[in-house]
Design a binder for this molecule. Sequence first.
Ligand code: ADP
Length: 190
Amino acid sequence: MGGALLFSSGGQELLRNDMNHPKEERTLVVLKPDAIQRGIIGEILSRFERVGLKIIGAKMMQPSQEHYHHHYENIGKMISRRGQKAFDVTLGLMTSGPVIAFVLEGIEAASLVRKMAGTTEPKSAQPGTIRGDYAHMSFAHADAHDVGVPNIIHASGDAEEAKAEIAHWFSESELFEYETVHERFTQTRK
Ligand code: ADP
């Protein structure tokens, strides 16, 4: 698939690189039940809009245990990384209420969104990151109380993981194409 001609401006044709371009990525973001229940959806989402990431899919849902098992273990290999107990309490947290899933598109979007999300443990997440600014839980506290760490947001680990996660959460018909003004500044001009 070649780059699609989107518009011409001042006699200069601007081409948008298609999704085969290695740097233009899609990534999955899930606003967790704690974010929804705290009423901070707009604040979190506006951070992504502000940097120019493009929202190409969005939906509220309350997925099943099986859905999260596939997400966190089949794709994310969480049990080997974090242990069975962390996995179980995380499923408890995630199934406690509805979430909103988004697909974001942009240049190196997966690593960019991870940077904006901050590290997994809110206590260690840097100020300025979503987890650092909106939460303060530690692993030790979660462990002592047998609860999942409410850290506001899930973000795909990398572009490869994002592909598997997006296919799990969204159908092709739920993803949309349109043009944002930010794309005019990030496109390759030819
Ligand atoms: P991340 O979400 O940063 O990619 P992981 O995939 O390792 O991190 O873990 C998934 C989620 O499980 C975390 O975001 C957090 O909500 C929860 N979690 C991870 N480790 C623990 C733990 N030790 N105790 C409780 N919850 C945990």
